[in-house]
Design a protein around this ligand. Structure first.
Ligand code: ADP
Ligand code: MG
Length: 255
């Protein structure tokens, strides 16, 4: 079982879109996949086609030890993958977990009994370096970092890389950066190509070869509760995420 956190402390950089589409693409290629929504916004839950408002139990109960993963897990109606869903209840977890022992290990411990059940677990992290994200990083074997190729992208990246280094040193020796994924790429923008080249220079083969273009079909899909890769299979964005799933499957073979 490979557990990957999809993280970037910036909001709106494509974490949720990447998590949902990668989950659906992996599932479509026969990989048993679980999506864990760790963001109180519940966008990955909704994007998977699970109504966050209708949930009795969410990942919140799992983190607080009030329910087991099996009790809370549901599945994406369109996507053939399982979902550990989230909604606004999760916003309270941050404070309530402060009292708990091993509070950064709650998700890791919840997943421990399910090693045989999944090939991939993808954790959609919130846009912060909070206790929730820390739970994601402590549970994961690796981090996938989606990023837009814009001027300040590299600057924000160093905070995240430092956090990952600290977690690696103190809490999770397994943790590594699996790769950086360029998303929402605008092929016409000169700056995008410059930043993209800079990324390759800095991070070498940590930069995934697949580039996800800006594609309106990916942005439309969540309002139908269908992952973009299934919503319009012929769209450029869908094709890119399917290619990315293939690249990731190849990359884990060498890990
Ligand atoms: P995050 O989870 O990092 O906050 P999201 O995945 O929610 O980011 O993406 C932010 C917004 O950008 C959403 O409205 C989403 O639909 C849109 N979006 C994400 N990726 C793309 C893309 N490749 N092309 C067009 N729109 C995108
Ligand atoms: Mg998100």
């Amino acid at each position: 079982m490979h557990i990957f956190a999809i993280a970037n402390q910036k909001g709106g950089v494509g974490k949720t879109t990447t998590t949902v589409n990668l989950a659906a693409a992996l599932a479509a290629s026969g990989q048993r996949t679980l999506l864990v929504d760790l963001d109180p916004q519940g966008n990955a839950t909704m994007g998977s086609g699970v109504d966050k408002r209708a949930l009795e139990k969410t990942v919140y109960q799992v983190l607080l030890g009030l329910a087991s993963l099996a009790e809370v897990c549901t599945s994406s109606p369109s996507g053939k993958f399982d979902v550990l869903p989230a909604n606004r209840d999760l916003a309270g977890a941050e404070v309530e977990m402060v009292e708990l022992e091993r509070r950064e290990m709650r998700l890791k411990e919840a997943l421990a009994g399910h090693v045989e059940d999944y090939d991939f677990v993808l954790i959609d992290c919130p846009p912060s370096l909070s206790l929730l994200t820390l739970n994601g990083l402590c549970a994961a074997h690796g981090v996938v970092i989606p990023m837009q190729c814009e001027y300040y992208a590299l600057e924000g990246l160093s905070d995240l890389v430092n956090t990952i280094k600290k977690v690696h040193a103190n809490l999770n020796r397994d943790l590594k950066i699996i790769g950086l994924l360029r998303v929402m790429f605008d092929t016409r923008a000169t700056l995008g190509h410059q930043v993209s080249a800079e990324l390759e220079q800095h991070f070498g083969d940590k930069v995934f070869k697949t580039i996800v273009p800006r594609n309106v079909r990916l942005a439309e899909a969540p309002s139908y509760g269908i992952p973009g890769v299934l919503f319009d299979k012929a769209a450029k964005g869908a094709i890119a995420y399917l290619a990315f799933a293939g690249e990731l499957i190849e990359r884990v073979k060498t890990m």
